[in-house]
Design a protein around this ligand. Structure first.
Ligand SMILES: [Zn+2]
Length: 678
């Protein structure tokens, strides 16, 4: 891998257009999306896409909307076509073929009549396990069986690369068991947070009623759930604390895990997953396991039954009959995020297939919707943006030569993945029929849990993907030092094989630069070239780097959001470092792509440089509902989109030059407050 990546950095910087694209005129930015009344130096977010947002209100079933979200939703139309076709063909296809697998799954999901007829009986097996418990001693096998169905309560369990030896995979036990979006939801005492907990109690009670419990008992059950979840939340780290990789770094032997929770037999648990007792375990949050032990000792079995039943209902709700689906929607999407109506049934089934059988569906999607030309052009851009950082690091005045050498070493081992995995998962052990949808869901989940557990104790497999192919997103993994771009994000407005360089470098370019920058954000910078959690900075340079991060924390702390909230600078620091670095690196690569060639034409009076920034403003310009915005700001490490446009660009001298913005303009942060990393 090291050699392959090094070749990246020494390759030619010329942009090779795919042959098919060379004869056609390439399309540029969409002028009609601009709000000409807005001043680009005052509010570039409004200027770049204000008109589009005014003409395209958020659809009733969505909580965020933008050209990129619209592209992501239109991918689901393509997937629907694939799945309907597979469902029609499946009965005549051989068992275990991809069409049988995804076609039968989708057909079972779409069979609302059968799902409704079965009602809560679909989860009768899980409920029976829970009901059969007579004492706390019986908890172990039930928790085990629920975990095998990916109902991870109260702790999470799975594989994780060893941050001290990233070539190997260890077991990982984490904190889980909550039904609200984040641990702070249980403790904040503002009026809205109190109301949210009240609504949550009502929601839990309503779900128990649907499951056949009387009203009074259901209301009492909700209180039991709230009490136990609050105790688990109190023993959990919040999302800011979780950004420090050292906070969740506690590798220990199985014996030591056993000492934390004497009431739970980890040996048996390991055995049930086919794991050797010699495999080390990383306990993310030892305090959480101590709380688990406390609850094992103190909580009566009746309360445990209530708590586990709730988590079965929570986990299965979207796969159950219409009343469950509606109640779940009413709390999670409508109340918490402000969605006006549910997504159509077919779309929920498309999303479920992607979630449960993602690499089978993804394989079909690639055949239909992702060309080798698109992959080649994207790989070329990734290469050029890595090169831009390579060149830039060498010119940094704040970093010493020693740290630069290490940074370049890390950059040379970056592994970019574009489009789809080289090897697809083999789902032949998954039993799917059209008879009962929840049984299919469980079958797929059991496969996923086993597929993950089989990695534990083995050398790391670098070929695996953490997102499915049709996903409209991208990621960086510091332990693998990889940047990953699924085919689903490589669509207009982010990327188009037939678009100009200004559009692509301004669209997907900052996303590529963003993922690369994650290798050097507050979290990623703590991992070295091999993925080991190890300081590679000189102490002086690391201090300077943290000061630069502090500038970004202060900038984002200053951004207010409706409802008396403001961005949490510490929570969004990493993503904002990614955005700031991302735009800069993509811009440098774009500039380089123009060298030695005739200058690209202006479009409607906009220079190529202006087109680059407009493309970023247009691909990043999401509109968001106030409730969703609230949840987003409280839980998500990304700033809201408005500030993902305004934040980095108001720090960017290149942007300010392109639009001739002047000191004193809103898009020009005063020199003493201007944040830079690269
Ligand atoms: Zn990111």
């Amino acid at each position: 891998m090291r050699y392959l990546a090094t070749a990246f950095l020494t390759a030619s910087t010329l942009i090779a257009l795919p042959l098919s694209a060379q004869d056609k005129p390439l399309h540029g930015i969409d002028i009609s999306d601009l709000d000409r009344k807005a001043n680009p130096c005052d509010d570039f977010y409004d200027f770049a896409n204000g008109s589009w947002r005014a003409k395209n209100p958020i659809p009733a079933s969505m909580v965020m909307w933008s050209k990129r979200w619209a592209a992501g939703e239109s991918t689901k139309d393509v997937l629907r076509g694939i799945l309907e076709d597979a469902a029609a063909k499946a009965p005549n296809e051989p068992p275990k073929s991809t069409d049988r697998l995804i076609g039968d799954y989708y057909a079972a999901c779409m069979d609302q009549k059968a799902i409704d007829a079965l009602g809560v009986k679909a989860i009768a097996r899980e409920i029976a396990w829970i009901r059969s418990m007579a004492s706390t001693e019986d908890l172990q096998p039930v928790i085990q069986k629920l975990n095998e169905e990916a109902i991870f309560v109260p702790f999470t369990f799975g594989s994780s690369q060893d941050p001290h030896n990233p070539q190997s995979v260890v077991a990982d036990a984490g904190a889980g068991g909550l039904g609200l979006p984040e641990r702070d939801y249980y403790f904040k005492d503002d009026a809205k947070s109190k109301e949210t907990r009240e609504k949550y109690l009502q929601h839990i009670a309503a779900m128990f009623v649907l499951a056949g419990t009387d009203k009074e008992t259901s209301a009492a059950n909700a209180k039991v759930v709230m009490r136990m979840e609050t105790a688990f939340a109190a023993a959990s780290l919040n999302n800011v604390a979780l950004r420090d990789p050292h906070a969740t770094d506690h590798k220990m032997s199985l014996d030591d895990v056993q000492k934390l929770t004497p009431g739970f037999n980890w040996g048996t648990y390991f055995e049930s997953l086919g794991l050797s007792p010699d495999v080390p375990v990383n306990v993310d949050q030892p305090k959480f396991l101590e709380e688990f032990q406390k609850q094992l000792k103190e909580t009566p079995i009746g309360d445990w039954k209530t708590y586990l039943t709730w988590h079965v209902l929570l986990s299965a709700a979207s796969s159950l009959s219409t009343p469950f689906v509606q109640e779940s929607f009413a709390f999670h999407q409508k109340y918490l995020q402000g969605a006006a109506e549910m997504k159509p049934h077919w779309k929920r089934c498309v999303e479920a297939t992607d979630n449960d059988l993602g690499e089978a569906l993804g394989k079909k999607y690639v055949e239909k919707a992702f060309s080798p030309e698109a992959k080649a052009r994207m790989q070329e851009m990734v290469k050029n943006i890595l090169l831009a950082l390579h060149d830039d690091i060498q010119t940094l005045t704040w970093m010493s030569d020693d740290t630069k050498k290490k940074a370049l070493e890390k950059l040379a081992t970056f592994n970019p993945k574009v489009g789809y995995p080289n090897n697809w998962k083999d789902y032949s052990s998954v039993e799917i029929t059209r008879d009962a949808y929840w049984v299919d869901v469980v079958s797929a989940r059991r496969f996923a849990v086993k597929d993950d557990a089989k990695l534990i104790g083995k050398p790391v497999d670098r070929g695996r993907w953490g997102m499915t192919t049709p996903t409209s997103n991208a990621y960086y993994n510091p332990l693998l030092n990889e940047i990953v771009f699924p085919a689903g994000i490589l669509l207009p407005p982010m990327f188009d094989v037939n678009a100009s360089d200004a559009v692509n470098y301004g669209g997907i370019g900052p996303v590529i630069g963003h993922e690369i920058s994650h290798g050097f954000d507050d979290e990623g910078a703590q991992f070295d070239a091999t993925g080991e959690l190890k300081n590679w900075w000189t102490s002086d340079d690391y201090k300077k780097f943290q000061e630069r991060g502090k500038c970004i924390i202060d900038q984002f702390d200053g951004y207010t959001v409706d409802g008396g909230l403001h961005e949490n600078g510490k929570l969004v620091e990493g993503e904002s470092i990614g955005d700031l670095g991302g735009v800069k690196l993509a811009y440098l690569a774009f500039e380089k792509s123009m060298e030695g060639k005739p200058r690209p034409a202006n479009k409607d009076g906009f220079t190529p440089e202006q087109q680059f920034f407009i493309s970023w403003g247009q691909s990043r310009g999401d509109e968001i509902r106030p409730d969703a915005q609230r949840q987003f700001v409280l839980t998500n490490p990304h700033p809201i989109s408005k500030y993902r446009v305004l934040g980095p660009l108001s720090n960017s001298l290149e942007f300010q030059k392109a639009f001739s913005c002047k000191a004193g303009d809103a898009m020009v942060r005063p020199a003493e407050n201007r944040c830079t990393i690269w």
